[in-house]
Design a protein around this ligand. Structure first.
Ligand code: SF4
Ligand code: SF4
Length: 332
């Protein structure tokens, strides 16, 4: 019901506004669906954040620039910095959308892609911490795409080459439906696994803590390691060298701007063939995967064999709501 202080807003108006603010993709999920289907590994719900304004979850996606995707090194600081600018733009668009919703009479809350739950921190810098809601899972519920072999979000337009944010708001408007068929091409493709510099991709799973060392190469864990090394160094001149090292410089620059902390490795996103942008903008530079090894190829072959026998891992069963029905081979 719309009160005297509220305008009637349709889903179409909200999406048009988000696109005017520069967002590439926008979908609207029903908050109660997220409430009733918390993701298996990190089961967070809208009511963990607010009991008032989680009625709808508006998921916003901004594509990465293709020029940076064509830089093939995973540890390229210029790429981190460009991605940080994309993030800044997405965060600003989210904030402008909230102010616009509030002008129409609806309080809103942003779920940023970089803010992790501070109460979940347990004095272990190496422990994986998640966003307050899983934006990948929310994006699936909002009809933007499906999860891939390493649980990254795949969209028809840009594959996994998007950054996500969300705005929660309680209002009466239509919601989007999840896609039913998987966009992922499965282990027959496996390029996300083949390219991964940390070799952290499993069979419909990912070692998130190990991935963080690459996704956030100058983050809090690296800062504490570096400071511990400086404290523990007994030789004064070596201590000074460590203080003045490139590692210190990178950490300082990351604290200054966030590049290398909130942005980092995204090789699995870059090389994924899903997305209209792949052939059009980037595929020609990314076809080869220098990080591939015979061991990785053997693991993918074992996954293909297992799936051919309908022997899907427990991780698939846990995530199949968001993966969708695999269409790349028969029998599943
Ligand atoms: S972000 Fe990098 S380390 Fe993490 S899964 Fe993707 S390729 Fe692997
Ligand atoms: S790279 Fe291939 S296997 Fe990995 S998510 Fe994309 S389509 Fe799926």
């Amino acid at each position: 019901m719309v009160s005297a202080f509220q305008s009637v807003l349709t889903a179409e108006q909200i999406k048009t506004k988000a696109q005017e603010l520069g967002v590439d993709l926008v979908g609207i999920a029903d908050g109660s669906v997220l409430e009733n289907n918390p993701p298996p590994e990190f089961p967070k719900k809208p009511s963990d954040i607010t009991e008032h304004d989680g009625g709808k979850v508006i998921v916003l996606a901004k594509r990465y620039t293709s020029g940076t995707t064509r830089i093939t090194r995973w540890d390229e600081r210029h790429k981190y910095y460009n991605d940080e600018l994309t993030l800044t733009m997405l965060e600003e668009a989210s904030l402008h959308l909230v102010y616009w919703l509030e002008d129409e009479g609806y309080p809103g809350i942003i779920i940023p892609p970089t803010h992790v739950d501070p109460w979940a921190y347990r004095n272990d810098p190496d422990e994986h911490l998640t966003t307050l809601l899983s934006l990948n899972h929310a994006a699936v519920e909002a009809g933007l795409g499906t999860l891939g072999l390493n649980l990254q979000l795949l969209t028809p337009e840009f594959g996994p080459r998007v950054m996500l944010s969300a705005v929660m708001c309680t209002l009466d408007c239509d919601t989007d439906q999840p896609m039913t068929d998987a966009l992922c091409k499965g282990p027959e493709c496996g390029r996300c696994l083949s390219t991964c510099p940390g070799d952290v991709v499993g069979h419909w799973s990912r070692d998130w803590a190990a991935c963080d060392k690459y996704r956030s190469p100058h983050g809090f864990a690296q800062l504490t390691d570096h400071l511990e090394n400086i404290f523990d160094e007994p030789d004064p001149s070596e201590k000074l060298n460590l203080l003045r090292s490139e590692n210190s410089f990178n950490l300082w620059q990351s604290i200054l701007r966030g590049s290398g902390v909130v942005t980092g490795c995204r090789r699995c996103q870059d090389v994924c063939p899903v997305g209209e942008d792949y052939e059009r903008m980037i595929g020609s530079t990314l076809d080869k995967i220098p990080e591939d090894t015979p061991e990785k190829a053997a693991r993918l072959a074992a996954m293909i064999d297992a799936e051919a026998s309908n022997d899907l891992p427990v991780e698939f069963e846990a995530q199949k709501r968001w993966i969708g029905a695999p269409k790349y081979s028969r029998g599943k």
